[in-house]
Ligand binder design. Structure first.
Ligand SMILES: Cc1cc2nc3c(=O)[nH]c(=O)nc-3n(C[C@H](O)[C@H](O)[C@H](O)COP(=O)(O)OP(=O)(O)OC[C@H]3O[C@@H](n4cnc5c(N)ncnc54)[C@H](O)[C@@H]3O)c2cc1C
Length: 413
């Protein structure tokens, strides 16, 4: 690899690219790496959350590099059921992600404010045709949702509120679905970041990728008012994430799906990471657990030529797609079989199941027995509609997103 400018070039300094850079720096400190990010900040403007049970011990060790909020348990609330679950839950703000990566990596390895024009097996090209050669190239530039995927959307507005007195919320409420549903599966997500600080997110599993920011802000206002939470809004974030129920992950990489359902990503000499490589939980839209484990796997192959690393990641993507088929089927049931106002019943039913099963579900590691238990019992959706949904791919995602033009993410309240 010594003939190249870099041993490994990483395009895209979001969650996946940042984690890969950090893991390589910790585990392969002799390698010459660089992270190229078009924005001035690493990690964008997000808050990422995950369960301890999502990660391997090595994954938990990697995430310990960050300042995170962490709680030993969490609550869920539905109209006819509520529960406290004893799974440790963690949350990381992108500002803390950026800070830790800048603290750990040498400054020369961080190229923020640098747009990557193109990537190929031999390196990357920057504006003005500046060429950086690399022994291996990782493309983590986020998804390009092309045609070839079907499903629905997870749409949300989150607010960081500093209350003028202690709010009294003891632990996260991951789903408070005991709220008006407004034609979707709606729930409010609450994280007590400190005695006075709350992160409150209004979330919808919706058929359309439409985010009406003013409407969601008003609903958060009303939710807070009902609970006596008053104070100053420090920040807001929005998300419009795909909930994938069928198709081909190649569409996430901007590749034309070649041979239909699950044909997979073409390696083409460049390794794909993060959502671009298809590494997402089809139903929760979470990517963090897979991004962490991929970062660790990449350190084990760091000495391989780029084409081998690309092949290894394409294989991991294909394995991931195969292993997450059950969640796409549940997505088809959720969007195709449950009437929008009744979708909460699916989750109310799910949350009565054992905690260990719920943990494996979020981690994307449900066993055959788990799947049987999730599907058994009195179905929470009409049987005829469920059978129809099983054999129907769902609404196309790519075309819909383009035609509805969701509000782009913005940076602050
Ligand atoms: C508001 C929000 C909250 C979320 N919360 C969670 C959560 O709690 N848990 C979870 O697991 N998932 C969550 N997700 C989903 C998912 O984990 C994130 O979207 C995650 O950031 C995806 O990681 P990524 O690295 O694949 O893509 P991104 O983080 O989007 O990173 C892609 C990066 O590439 C950069 N880039 C793009 N083009 C170029 C270019 N040409 N040159 C250089 N750089 C480029 C972008 O600026 C960006 O920084 C959330 C998503 C959003 C939007």
């Amino acid at each position: 690899m010594e003939d190249h400018d870099l041993d490994i070039a990483i395009a895209g300094g979001g969650l996946a690219g940042g984690l890969i850079a950090l893991a390589l720096h910790f585990r392969c400190p002799d390698l010459k790496i660089a992270l190229f990010e078009s924005d001035e900040k690493i990690g964008g403007h997000h808050r990422w959350s995950w369960f301890d049970s999502d990660l391997s011990p090595a994954g938990r060790a990697l995430m310990s590099a960050f300042d995170t909020a962490s709680w030993p348990a969490y609550d869920v609330r539905f109209p006819k059921y509520e529960r406290t679950l004893g799974s440790r839950y963690n949350s990381l703000a992108s500002a803390d992600f950026d800070r830790a990566i800048r603290r750990e990596l040498p400054a020369a390895a961080i190229r923020t404010g640098t747009k990557v024009v193109s990537v190929d097996e031999g390196g990357i090209t920057l504006p003005d045709r500046q060429r950086i050669t690399a022994g291996a190239v990782l493309d983590c530039r986020g998804a390009e949702i092309g045609s070839g995927l079907s499903g629905g959307w997870q749409v949300f507005l989150g607010r960081h509120l500093r209350c003028d007195r202690p709010h009294g919320v003891p632990r996260p409420i991951i789903m408070d679905a005991d709220v008006a549903q407004h034609g979707a599966y709606r729930f409010v997500y609450v994280l007590p970041l400190s005695d006075t600080d709350l992160f409150i997110e209004d979330t919808y599993y919706a058929d359309d990728p439409v985010l009406d920011r003013a409407e969601l802000a008003e609903r958060i206002d009303a939710y807070c008012e009902n609970r006596g939470w008053k104070g100053e809004t420090l920040d807001e974030e929005t998300g419009v994430l795909p909930v994938i129920s069928s198709g081909d992950p190649a569409a996430l990489a901007g590749q034309s799906p070649a041979s239909g359902e699950g044909a997979g990503i073409i390696a083409d000499g460049v390794a794909l990471g993060g959502i671009r490589g298809g590494f997402t939980h089809p139903l929760t839209s979470y990517t963090l657990p897979f991004a962490v484990e991929n970062a660790i796997a990449i350190t084990r192959s760091a000495g391989l030529p780029g084409a081998h690393m690309a092949q290894m990641m394409a294989q991991r993507s294909a394995d991931h797609w195969r292993q997450t088929g059950f969640y796409r089927l549940l997505g088809r049931m959720l969007f195709g079989a449950a009437l929008p106002e009744q979708r909460y019943i699916v989750f109310q039913h799910f949350y009565r199941l054992p905690q260990a099963l719920i943990e494996r579900f979020y981690a994307g590691r449900s066993t055959a027995l788990d799947k049987a238990r999730i599907l058994s019992g009195r179905p929470p959706v009409p049987v005829k509609r469920a059978l129809h949904a099983l054999v129907t791919p769902g609404a196309p995602l790519g075309g819909k997103r383009n035609s509805k033009r969701p509000e782009p993410e913005r940076n602050s309240a």
